[in-house]
Design a protein around this ligand. Structure first.
Ligand SMILES: C[S@@+](CC[C@H](N)C(=O)[O-])C[C@H]1O[C@@H](n2cnc3c(N)ncnc32)[C@H](O)[C@@H]1O
Length: 464
């Protein structure tokens, strides 16, 4: 049974999404009842976390099986520290993905029956979502706590899904969602009564509603938390040692680092991002994963093509046709992210990404050499940012053709943008609503992991 209400959206956004999922082409193919049912399942599954955790293993540093064993030992130690009862055999629960050579999967146990306590800590929605995926509560995420909360107190943690709670409040009567129990690691005064925002764990989760291991500080160089479709992106791009690859929208660098790892750290991965304070994270991640082939620049990628093609500088802007492969993991409306219980975005905001994505695609095509590969991806579910962008790119750049993807474990592209069945088959859309069913815990993990994902989209082009 679903335990959270379906994702709360502004009515105009909900209507817009419904018009996408009940578009004419789709209705003609699957019928009204099935299309409506898929849309309702989408709204429901978006508010729930996926039923497994995906870890990308640093196979450029150690064999997968060694990492699996080390991870098993680390997580067992974590369990022993948390509870005195005999820990389960974590190693046996960590499964290699049958088709992706650098992925380990861990089942998430939930929802579990957890008794609510009288002391309540309220956290921001993002923090609440992270708790549902195995994180502890970090102090900056805490919005309200009991007046006399002391380190060591047992507390229930609630997510302020609509962002209505006032920072520093002692209680909150508005809409909140219970995410589990934990032990406060700080007094209330040290969370709220300081000039500087307090860092570190504020509440250590001991009885989360959804139990999955906390990866905070666990094998930082060997195990990288990443959603499965994001790992698929790196493999679909297929970078090879010695190549020059551009990651146009790279921060915080999860895919950049994967690309460098797949190249055996040989060649050059250029990572660009427009937001300066996100850029540091790319460098930190590269350092943590012992990757040296990554060059990071703060730059607006729509301007990344040099107007003087003879000028060959090391950093951006670059002359046309400078790269063997380009990844455009585009800024998007993010409507595929899970869990997400409420979005306060307006329809205008949701629809604002298509023009920016087109400018970025245009720059990507110019920067790619002939014979090179462009991968376009988003973590959203709209047609406008996915299949419609593919249709536009194919019309606008006759030099592009769609390519088969390897691995292809998601569904095909969605009807509604006028693409042919052959073209849709070449696209990869992770559509959790197609298989989402809370009773499916009997379905074996690797299969569940391929279907119970965030919403995501991947297109692969070749430039002729
Ligand atoms: C989906 S996120 C990228 C996630 C990243 N690829 C990863 O796997 O860790 C999109 C990124 O695009 C960046 N961005 C937005 N507009 C941009 C632009 N014009 N040029 C470069 N980066 C941009 C945002 O700052 C954001 O970090």
């Amino acid at each position: 049974m679903p335990i959270f209400p379906r994702i709360s959206l502004k009515p105009e956004v909900c209507d817009h999404l419904k018009s996408i999922f009940l578009n004419k082409e789709l209705l003609a193919a699957v019928g009204h009842q099935e299309a409506e049912s898929r849309f309702q399942r989408l709204l429901m599954c978006l508010s729930h976390p996926p039923s497994y955790t995906c870890v990308r293993a640093s196979t450029h540093l150690a064999p997968l099986e060694d990492i699996r064993q080390k991870l098993g030992e680390e997580l067992k130690r974590q369990q022993q520290q948390m509870c005195s009862s005999s820990p389960e055999d974590v190693y046996a629960q960590i499964l290699p993905h049958p088709h992706i050579p650098d992925v380990l999967l861990l089942p998430v146990d939930g929802p579990r029956p957890v008794q609510q306590l009288s002391s309540e800590v309220v956290v921001g929605a993002q923090c609440g979502n992270a708790v549902l995926r195995g994180a502890h509560v970090f102090a900056p995420g805490i919005i309200a706590s009991p007046k006399y909360m002391k380190a060591g107190d047992l507390v229930s943690v609630f997510s302020d899904t609509e962002g209505k709670c006032t920072r520093g409040a002692t209680s909150f009567q508005g809409l909140k969602v219970f995410v589990g129990n934990g032990v406060a690691e700080m007094d209330r005064s040290s969370i709220f009564c300081t000039d500087e925002p307090k860092k570190g764990i504020g509440v250590r989760m001991t009885e989360p509603l959804y139990q999955s291991p906390s990866f905070d500080g666990v094998l930082p160089s060997l195990a990288f938390l990443q959603n499965l479709p994001s790992v698929v992106v790196g493999h679909v791009l297929g970078p090879r040692p010695g190549e020059r690859v551009l990651d146009m929208c790279a921060a915080p660098g999860g895919k950049t680092c994967h690309i460098a790892a797949l190249m055996g750290d040989q060649g050059e991965v250029v990572a660009l991002d427009r937001i300066r304070n996100k850029i540091d994270r790319i460098g930190q991640n590269a350092q943590m994963l012992h990757l040296h082939s990554i060059k990071v620049y703060c730059f607006n990628s729509t301007q990344a093509v040099s107007s003087d093609p003879s000028q060959d500088s090391e950093g951006p802007p670059f002359p046309p046709e400078s790269f063997d492969r380009v990844l455009l993991d585009a800024p998007c409306s993010g409507l595929g992210q899970r869990p997400n219980m409420a979005s306060t975005w307006s329809l205008k905001e949701i629809c604002s990404y298509q023009p920016l994505q087109r400018k970025l695609i245009q720059a990507a095509v110019r920067l790619l050499r002939k014979g090179g590969v462009l991968v376009y991806s988003t973590c959203t579910v709209t047609l406008a940012e996915n299949e419609e962008q593919v249709a536009w790119a194919l019309r606008t750049f006759p030099c592009l053709t769609l390519q088969p993807q390897e691995p292809h474990i998601g569904a095909e592209g969605m009807l509604g943008a006028g693409l042919s069945p052959e073209q849709l088959r070449l696209l990869q859309r992770f559509s959790p609503e197609l298989n989402w069913d809370q009773t499916e815990s009997a379905v074996p993990l690797p299969h569940r992991a391929n279907t119970d994902t965030i919403g995501f989209f991947i297109a692969k082009f070749l430039k002729h």
